[in-house]
Design a protein around this ligand. Sequence first.
Ligand SMILES: *Cc1c(COP(=O)(O)O)cnc(C)c1O
Length: 482
Amino acid sequence: MQFIETRGNDGLRPKEVSFSEAILNPAASYGGLYVPKSLPALDLQEYREDDYKSMALKVLKKFNIDIDEELLKEAVDLYDRFDDPSNPVPLVKVDEKLHIAELYHGPTRAFKDMALQPFGHILSALAHQRGENYLILAATSGDTGPATLETFKNKPNIKVACLYPAGGTSDVQRLQMVTEEGKNLKVIGIEGDFDDAQSALKNLLGSAKFKEILAQKGIRLSAANSVNFGRIIFQILYHIHAYLELLRRGVIQMGQKIDLIVPSGNFGNALGGYYAKKMGVPIDKILIASNDNNVLTQLIREGRYDLRGKKLIKTSSPAMDILKSSNVERVLFDKFGPSRTRELMESLNDRGYYELTKEELAQIQEDFDADYTTDQEVKEVIKEYAQKGYLMDPHTATTIKLNRGERQKVAYSTAEWTKFAPTVLEALTGERNVRDLEALEKVAKLMNLSIPEPISQLFSKPIIHDTVVPKDRIEEEIVAFL
Ligand SMILES: *Cc1c(COP(=O)(O)O)cnc(C)c1O
């Protein structure tokens, strides 16, 4: 399986690259992304009785990528680190027509582990095989940071520098980062918000001086964000699993269509659902759930991606506080081809918007619908479902509004409530501004739950990374670390 570029080829790099090339060097021509040249077609009967790992390995093999079977197996075996190794993604029935697929049972309690655990193992193994050293730069609003550190800690040939906004994450998210051990990890709090962290990272990537220092030390740069196809490939698998699980439970018959509801930010999760549909999973619509940052709702409903005059709004679902949703580009490419994709993306960069034609919008709406949920509605949903006995985090709560119509639906739960305990407590009792530890204890007591160990132990672990610097000192800190 070869990979091609969403914005076409600039003549300076190969027209097609292998999977390992695409994940080690994810930047494609004209600022585009790598996509598979074609997708394998699946016969779901083949996987009907498989557990998650067996299904995963068989589907990955169908992609025919340049990764040894042994390495793929090791990567998939990392799902053994999830709460229930035999079923890393449990489905819970919460309504007559709605199951929630819980993607957060990995080490850092958010769905980023689903892809970053196996991806990190493969990236490090490839770097090691090639005798190359990589620096992974990550800027995080709270979930990507912990999952990136966790997957790469003590891995050969990889160093990670992770930037987070000091004061801009929950206590749990911050502690997950600053208590992480591993000689190859550097965690830096910056005085600023997530946008500052992200633009600091972009400046570094563009800095000639920084590149020269890396080159002298024989270090290459790579990225672990969800534009890396090495993450997307693992995000196709759980959509297949969800369908098979509904089949096995007799909720649906083979071939019966379901809808997926996906709390979306950078669109990696939703893209995985779209690819699963194209590979033959009977999915009717992928329903995109957003918060007040509702650019995706506008795109899918009206055909306009419009950032003009829009400012990022801080919500109770911070992992979805995104205006430029990177993976939409892969859908544009799939539907409209490279030259139109390049035109649309350049319009977005240069003019802050693009507009689809009526026919193009109709094509998008064949696969997608969308809606968004305000913070107030999020709290109401959390409370309503808690009273029915199901506790969910604010990101998951944005899916419920899209639970309408006749079809059976799978909504994805992308984080455990424990990562956002203050918001959950406020939803349940109205108490505001309670710090994480106290909120965790109060919610656990109210709901008669226990706080999972990876979360409770954070509060007594030693702080390893205490660096907090202004934006202009980041480069210095990273260079000193290298
Ligand atoms: C990253 C994240 C999302 C958004 O997922 P995308 O694949 O970027 O759309 C949603 N919820 C949580 C909790 C996340 O960590």
